[in-house]
Design a protein around this ligand. Structure first.
Ligand code: TYM
Length: 334
């Protein structure tokens, strides 16, 4: 039986992924690649919507790919590639932009947040059409499911709308994908501001746990994480967002129930609990970091693997794009 198709990706927007990317995405991807025909991209074209030093962007792209592999994505099993290596992404994005409403794109909350923060002159058209490129990523591969954090849900819904609109107007060209949204407990918050989602582009580094960071630095950040004055290790997202966030990280990395962790630390202080969590995080990250560094030590080999995977991705993508070009009436080159 043919496996169902899965698509997801991450932006190479920092030197390291953060623990929210790891728990919210990579751990899921690693499991799902066993049952799905999975495509995972490093979305470097999307990363261009932020200011970048060109040499650094290249380095971040390799580092992101290396972290996928180090975290257990197998490039012989899943198709792990760099978005810009498959030109069909940018090409389909153009076609899709012609059926996307200006108002519709303007209602995307990530765009609204960012454009409000930067002001309209500093907001690029690329940031505005970002979700259309994301729709192209997903639709090129006739995707069944898109596992993402809930911050990306609206973009996947736009993708569904565009697929249905295109199919209705020009005839069936796309499979309509389903978002698979992580449960609420898989959303990781900033250690210093546990009401804000942890993000690669956070203003301060103090609350972000980096996958590739020095273990001692991560331990220190955990010991300094914001908690509360109650002193009890208890899950209560509303009243104890800091402790709840740490419990979620602990549970996700160990596969344990939150209640069992609460029991273990009952009657003990936050110091003990944080030390326990720091040990868990270090044990989880250390082999990933070592493997990523190893891969980055041989960039030619990494580039070779990415090239093979890009060729595999392009085969699927080009077939969809050819159908789309035909459907909309572009003249075939003789
Ligand atoms: P990006 O690079 O911001 O994040 C990658 C993935 O990590 C999840 N994530 C989190 N999960 C839990 N807690 C957090 N604090 C946290 N921070 C990030 C995100 O939900 C995401 O699943 N637009 C996308 C990239 C993209 C894409 C795609 C995804 C481009 N094309 C096609 C899926 C399909 C983005 O910026 O993700």
């Amino acid at each position: 039986m043919k496996k169902a198709r899965l698509y997801s990706g991450m932006q190479p927007s920092a030197d390291s992924l953060q623990i929210g990317n790891y728990i919210g995405a990579l751990m899921q991807w690693r499991d799902l690649q066993e049952t799905y025909d999975a495509f995972f991209s490093v979305v470097d074209l999307h990363a261009l919507t932020q200011p970048n030093d060109p040499a650094e962007l290249r380095e971040k792209t390799r580092r992101t790919a290396a972290q996928y592999i180090a975290a257990g994505i197998e490039p012989s099993k899943s198709t792990l590639y760099v978005q810009s290596h498959v030109p069909a992404h940018a090409e389909l994005a153009w076609i899709l932009s012609t059926i996307t409403g200006f108002g519709e794109a303007g209602r995307m909350t990530q765009f609204k947040d960012k454009s409000q923060r930067y002001g309209s002159d500093a907001t690029s058209v690329g940031l505005f059409t970002y979700p259309v490129l994301m729709a192209a990523d997903i639709l090129l591969y006739q995707t069944d499911i898109v596992p993402v954090g809930d911050d990306q849900k609206q973009h996947v819904e736009l993708t569904r709308d565009l697929a249905e609109r295109f199919n209705g107007r020009y005839g069936e060209a796309f499979r309509v994908p389903m978002p698979v949204i992580q449960q609420e407990t898989a959303r990781i918050y900033d250690l210093q501001n546990p009401l804000a989602k942890m993000s690669k582009s956070a203003e301060s580094e103090a609350g972000v746990l980096w996958l590739l960071d020095d273990p001692a630095a991560s331990a220190k950040k955990i010991m300094r994480a914001v908690t509360d004055s109650e002193g009890a290790v208890r899950y209560d997202r509303e009243n104890k967002p800091g402790v709840s966030n740490l419990l979620v990280i602990y549970a996700a990395l160990t596969g344990r129930q939150i209640a069992s962790i609460e029991d273990e630390y009952a009657g003990r202080g936050y110091g003990d609990f944080k030390k326990g969590l720091a040990d868990v995080v270090m044990a989880e990250f250390e082999p990933v970091r070592a493997r990523a560094m190893d891969l980055l030590g041989d960039p030619a080999e990494l580039d070779r693997v990415l090239a093979i995977n890009a060729a595999r991705a392009a085969e699927v993508a080009d077939e969809t794009l050819a159908k789309v070009y035909d459907s909309v009436g572009l003249l075939r080159r003789a």
